[in-house]
Design a protein around this ligand. Structure first.
Ligand code: PMP
Length: 360
């Protein structure tokens, strides 16, 4: 089979070593004579996978003791609703900073539940930037301030976070969790669907500061209360056991690579290869994001015309590059260089971009 360079935006590349290990263990996990998918979620073998995944997250992200790490279902999209369901009580305001389609979707859910406010937005400039920290607006009665740390569709990323004390800062980190070091203390809640940097789809990680678990949630269905999952170590009902097993394998891999800082440096170098190809192209490739807001995860760009975009994507496909189409809502091109995308794939893409430009 010819080489494939996977730049999918999510679900996306998983480390080859992880897939191989999963394959080896598939029919006989931990000498049980069966796969991890077939074990009871109450068995000691499964429980140790579950606990290891939680412990690895705590260690890799330096999560302080006053945070609960929850393994949930429903994707990041369900978190859009769970957050206001817990925290957006009467008299309080859900403050949303809009930096792309996913922040808009988060806001849309909160509007169904309570009062909202837009404390900053980059919509007027087609989400090419991240609002200036000084320009953000807050209210005394903010229940929380919600941001999207990396904007998967537009290719922008917060490189500095707001420091606020009047309300918890909540971040959707679906597309950059574990890609860079983080000060969890700055946040009240961090959440992320797993299917970019953490593993396959099916599990959603929520890191919740313990005081936020004390909210009155008597009106909230049991499964939608963080409390339910926090008090049962995310084993209230059947968890997505295979996804959590894969999450644990990916976390082990990150540790073996040298941890988050090593991964962060590699991600910066990978993104730079592609941004350099854009910057050195004399305007042939036009990046969507403004330079200081560029994402190291999703690199978005356009060629001079729609025809050129099409020709570029078609030729790239022939050469084994997968997933370079921009999101269906915006078009153009997008290379997602998540943790598991090897440096070599980014070098190949850079070489192809240069070669394509030369012959155009
Ligand atoms: N937030 C961001 C930043 C995303 O990139 C995505 C998915 N691409 C979502 C939320 C939605 O995640 P899910 O499909 O897990 O609900």
């Amino acid at each position: 089979m010819k080489a494939v360079y996977n730049f999918n935006a999510g679900p996306s590349a998983l480390p080859k070593e992880v897939l191989e290990r999963a394959q080896q263990e598939l029919t006989n996990f931990s000498n049980t004579g069966m796969s991890v998918m077939e074990l009871s979620h109450r068995s000691k073998e499964y429980e140790s996978v579950h606990q290891e995944a939680i412990d690895h997250l705590k260690e890799l992200l330096n999560i302080p003791d006053n945070y609960q790490i929850l393994l949930l279902q429903g994707g990041a999209s369900l978190q859009f609703a769970m957050i206001p369901l817990q925290l957006l009580i009467k008299g309080k305001i859900g403050n949303y900073i809009l930096t792309g389609s996913w922040s808009e979707k988060a806001l849309k859910e909160a509007k169904l539940i309570g009062e909202t406010f837009i404390g900053g937005s980059a919509k007027e400039n087609q989400y090419r930037s991240i609002p200036d920290l000084q320009s953000l607006q807050y209210n005394e009665t903010d229940a929380y301030v919600h941001i999207t740390s990396n904007n998967t569709i537009f290719g922008t990323q917060w490189h500095k976070f707001p420091t606020i004390t009047h309300a918890p800062l909540i971040a959707d980190m679906s597309s950059d969790i574990l890609s860079r070091s983080l000060n969890v203390n700055q946040f009240g809640i961090i959440y992320a669907g797993a299917q970019k940097n953490l593993g396959p789809s099916g599990v959603t990680v929520a890191i919740v500061r313990e005081d936020l678990l004390e909210a009155d949630v008597s009106h909230v269905p049991t499964m939608l209360q963080y409390k339910t999952h926090a008090s049962s170590n995310s084993l209230y009902n059947t968890p997505p056991s295979f996804s959590i097993y894969m999450l644990n394998q990916v976390l082990r891999w990150v540790k073996e690579q040298g941890g988050v800082e090593t991964i962060e440096n590699r991600n910066e170098a990978k993104a730079k290869l592609i941004y350099d190809a854009i910057d050195e192209s004399n305007g042939f490739y036009r990046g969507h994001a403004e330079e200081e807001a560029r994402s190291n995860m999703n690199i978005t760009f356009n060629l001079p015309s729609e025809e050129d975009n099409k020709a570029f994507l078609a030729e790239a496909k022939e050469l084994g590059f997968v997933g370079l189409n921009g999101h269906r809502s915006v078009g153009g091109c997008r290379a997602s260089a998540y943790n598991a995308v090897p440096v070599e794939a980014c070098e190949k893409l850079r070489d192809f971009m240069k070669a394509f430009q030369r012959k155009s």
